[in-house]
Design a protein around this ligand. Structure first.
Ligand code: CA
Ligand code: CA
Ligand code: CA
Length: 344
């Protein structure tokens, strides 16, 4: 009995141990399977990324209105003009409105050193003879507006890039008539005349400006508009710092910066340009019929009678002068050319 009970007890012990071992195995299996969902993501996190990082889409772009570096670096003339008249025999200059690459124009330095052609600190008059074919100049001026003249076909350009510092000004064609604009700092006006000068005939044009702001246009000696614009010194500041190479120049026959098609140049003839440091005309007058002779108020005077070469001589004999002009020739047709066309 005792032996059978011991056997029975051993059997129970063995059975209990076997059941315990099975339970332990089962629990171990459960704990392994319970770890799997923890283990797999850890592996996944350590895998190399499959997507290339996308750059942020809100990175600031470079500003689009950054001033463009100047492209109007002075270059030597690309050609010599065509002479159509004996030198010294009387001539004019003919432009073709090419309006690019600093060609088809005459450039006159006014600073470094300061030249007498740099008027505007006092009253002034700019006058010349002009001839243009109908329809050859199709720019449009914003009459009345500050800087409105710069979108006409520019005949006389004394602009400086952006605002005028002391001042800037110019003369352009608009609907076959004359526009004269002048700015001092951020103030300015554009005066538009109505008398047609683009009819294939020579016309005398004069613009006057007083430092009180008064501006006027005369065509063939007849008043062609007047206004009160910006007052003050409109001359070029001596030694003015600029990155725009053509700022310290008067440019004839073209928009000096070649800033684009919306700032067109002049196609036509120009002769007998006089720049004076006083207002010469108050009312109607008889236009000159012979070349000007210099006087004490003549700051620059161009007869354009050279007929050859690339220099337009200033014959004003003003103190601090002369302010000779240089022809910058090029384009198709190539301009400017010396022309036998002349008002007298
Ligand atoms: Ca300007
Ligand atoms: Ca000056
Ligand atoms: Ca002449």
């Amino acid at each position: 009995m005792k032996r059978s009970m011991r056997i029975e007890r051993r059997y129970r012990i063995v059975r209990t141990a076997l059941v315990g071992a099975l339970l332990a195995l089962a629990l171990a299996g459960c704990s392994v399977s319970a770890q799997e969902p923890v283990y797999l993501p850890l592996v996944a996190q350590n895998q190399a990324p499959t997507d290339t990082p996308v750059p942020p889409t809100d990175t600031p772009l470079p500003p689009t209105d950054t001033p463009v570096p100047p492209t109007d670096t002075p270059l030597p003339p690309t050609d010599t003009p065509t002479a159509t008249r004996t030198p010294g025999g009387g001539s004019s200059v003919r432009f073709f409105g090419n309006g690019r690459d600093a060609i088809d124009r005459i450039v006159i330095p006014i600073d470094a050193p300061e030249r007498p052609a740099d008027v505007g600190a006092t009253d002034f008059t700019i006058e010349f003879w002009i001839k243009a074919e109908p329809g050859a100049n199709r720019g449009n001026v914003s009459c009345g507006a500050n800087d409105g003249w710069i979108t006409g076909n520019i005949v006389f350009d004394r602009d400086v890039y952006f605002q005028g510092d002391y001042g800037d000004f110019g003369i352009a064609l608009h609907n076959g008539a004359v526009a004269f604009g002048l700015s001092v700092g951020f103030e300015g006006a554009t005066l538009c005349g109505s008398r047609t000068v683009a009819d294939n005939q020579w016309h005398h044009v004069a613009v006057t400006r007083r430092t009180n702001g008064d501006m006027a246009i005369f065509v063939d000696g007849q008043p062609d508009g007047a206004t009160r614009g910006a007052a003050g010194d409109a001359s070029y500041r001596n030694g003015r710092a600029t990155t725009w190479n053509w700022d310290p120049y008067i440019v004839l026959g073209a928009e000096k910066h070649d800033a684009g098609a919306e700032y067109p140049s002049f196609s036509g003839w120009l002769d007998e340009l006089r720049i004076s440091n006083t207002v010469r005309y108050e009312g109607a007058f008889t236009p000159p019929s012979t070349p000007f002779a210099p006087d004490a108020n003549t700051m620059a005077l161009y007869h354009f009678d050279e007929g050859a070469g690339v220099i337009a001589n200033d014959s004003a004999n003003a103190p601090g002068g002369p302010s000779h002009g240089q022809l910058r020739v090029g384009g198709n047709p190539s301009g400017p050319v010396w022309s036998e066309e002349s008002p007298f």
